[in-house]
Design a protein around this ligand. Sequence first.
Ligand code: ADP
Ligand code: MG
Length: 265
Amino acid sequence: MNPQLERLEGHLERLRLFHSKERLSGILEEAAKKDLAYTDFLEELLSQEVAAKTDKNIQMRTTMARLPYVKTLETFDFGFQPSLDARQIRELAGGRYIDAVENIILVGPPGVGKTHLAVALGMKAIQQGHRVLFLSATGLIGTLAKAHAENRLEEKLKLYCQPRLLIVDELGYIPVDRHGANLFFQLVCRRYEKGSLILTSNQRFGDWGEIFGDAIIATALLDRLLHHSLTINIKGESYRLKEKKRAGLLAKVTAQETDEKALKA
Ligand code: ADP
Ligand code: MG
């Protein structure tokens, strides 16, 4: 190999410009062929390195976010959920709520797309360069309780304060005992005015006393959560049911055909 090329590759490796290192000989050849100006050559090389690094970062943050699945706003059918303001959700996707440290609370019955929207907003936040973490409410409270029992609560609370956006999914499906409520309250207080939360729940705020088995702690929680926040109520049909109904309809038709066949036989 040309010793100069070898040295250049060594420099790029040392600078951790791995993409440029991989492509150096090819891009040099191309530049010579196209007779590129120095500035154009440098721009080409650096812009590709930046794109590769950005991509890698997004991939890494996506893995760290532990999203349950990959869903985007682009695949969300707003036509099916007319109670939602598509423009409002798209504006949220711009991420200003994260800079303003506001919370988003998605409330609605099962299957209306709360988790889908929370994941989609999480993915946008990742693309905007933020650290995101997705947890189920039950998982989160269980982990905090375990950490508390092992004298590691402080460590866990700190860990859950690191992501700029914390998504807590499905609050309300399973009741939380007083100790769990207290631990969750501590986390919400820690993140208060420091980092955004997206919370999804099938229960209206009025029923939160029942989730936590304690109206006082529920009120204190809501006080912190709602202070800088936006609540989105989704009133509509379950998307899961819609799909099931369609399947059910098909099943009925098949049953009818079978009956007809049986009659003829
Ligand atoms: P929830 O969290 O409100 O119970 P999910 O977000 O889990 O509901 O939605 C259930 C399923 O239906 C998911 O697979 C989700 O992607 C899909 N879904 C829900 N609403 C829509 C929608 N309006 N457009 C496209 N897919 C949807
Ligand atoms: Mg859900």
